[in-house]
Design a protein. Structure first.
Length: 352
């Protein structure tokens, strides 16, 4: 595992984001891309979340994760940490660079909280993350110091500022609060199997690392849509009255998978909206604003407000819910209008 995602000592950590390369497929590129997008777009059930976490923690505990990183699976990831050693190092030497550092124990990932955002919450947090206040990140603001976040409804890659438009939807985020800041990966669902990654054979699990994003504690996160912004927005929304939290029932067979993977099913938490219908309005309002549209009947977007808490002498964001405004019975005005001039009526002409 790597320093930026699994190591407590972070002094050499590269600050910024990096993109993920896609392994080659033995089949046609277009067909494989279509299958990939179809699989990535599938909804994630609570049982799926447990299975995917079990597979991912197993991958973290194997050498395949190190092989993937050493093969430059995430471009600029290794060179950002070891700019001098990396370019000329062999695969084995690169793997040794990762293992030489102090790693977060695998048990920490196995025991990490598993957060499940239901479908409506996925829309809400996507909308809310775009305007989250640009403040310095705090270690205590996240749902847990280390964790897995699964989206019931995968979030389009367009919600992540550094993604290309043709990227598959994001199904999960993992994060870890380390010495110097918070580091997060986004993950897409991927067909398990053996792939060629830049000439290195790597066994991939059901999730594929998509983007890495790191924010140091002493610097504000960029406002907008990226993994840390979404994590911050969800953590703040979870403390608001508009959300509820529960622990969904997990089938006994899935609990057996969790036990075999040495993960705690009781750490599984679902976060949902009390009024799920508002999420679609929020997302539609974001899209309308991005397109420069304001229909006659429209949803006034929710927004964040910095609320001062005297008990901790800090300002913390609270979400002000959106609301409907205008006449929703009237169609939205179109950009082009057709004006028709009518001639005089016969009766009017006779009176004249």
């Amino acid at each position: 595992m790597t320093q930026r995602h699994s190591i407590t000592r972070t002094k050499r950590m590269k600050r910024g984001r990096s993109g993920a390369t896609r392994p080659d497929s033995s089949g046609g590129a277009a067909g494989f891309r279509a299958r990939l997008h179809a699989q990535a777009a599938q909804n994630v059930t609570p049982a799926d979340a447990i299975r995917l976490k079990a597979a991912l923690t197993g991958w973290f505990g194997s050498e395949q994760w190190l092989r993937y990183l050493a093969a430059d699976g995430l471009p600029e990831y290794g060179p950002g940490v070891w700019p001098e050693q990396w370019p000329s190092a062999s695969l084995e030497e690169r793997m040794a660079l990762f293992t030489a550092d102090e790693l977060i124990p695998l048990e920490s990932w196995q025991n990490a909280d598993t957060i499940y955002a239901d479908a409506a919450m996925c829309d809400m947090v996507t909308a809310a993350a775009q305007t989250f206040p640009q403040q310095c990140v705090r270690r205590d603001e996240f749902l847990a110091p280390i964790g897995f976040l699964f989206f019931a409804k995968p979030v389009p890659a367009a919600a992540f500022a550094s993604s290309r438009p043709d990227q598959p939807s994001v199904s999960a985020i993992t994060w870890a609060c380390v010495d110097d800041g918070v580091n997060a990966f986004t993950w897409i669902r991927y067909p398990s199997g053996t792939y060629d990654v830049n000439g290195v054979t790597v066994q991939l699990t059901g999730l594929f690392p998509h983007l890495a994003y790191f924010v140091p504690w002493d610097a504000p996160a960029e406002a907008g849509t990226h993994s840390v912004s979404i994590l911050r927005a969800l953590s703040a929304l979870a403390e608001q009255p508009l959300t509820r939290e529960d622990s969904p029932k997990i089938h006994q067979s899935v609990r057996a998978i969790a036990r075999n993977a040495k993960i705690r099913p009781e750490s599984f938490r679902r976060i949902a909206l009390r009024r799920p219908e508002t999420a679609a309005h929020e997302l539609a309002a974001v899209r309308a604003a991005a397109d420069g549209r304001t229909p006659a009947g429209h949803w006034v977007r929710g927004h964040w407000r910095n609320q001062y808490y005297a008990s901790v002498d800090e300002h913390r964001p609270i979400w002000i819910e959106g609301f409907p405004r205008g006449d929703f019975t009237q169609p939205s005005p179109s950009g082009d209008k057709l004006l028709i001039a009518h001639g005089e009526r016969e009766g009017s002409a006779a009176q004249a």
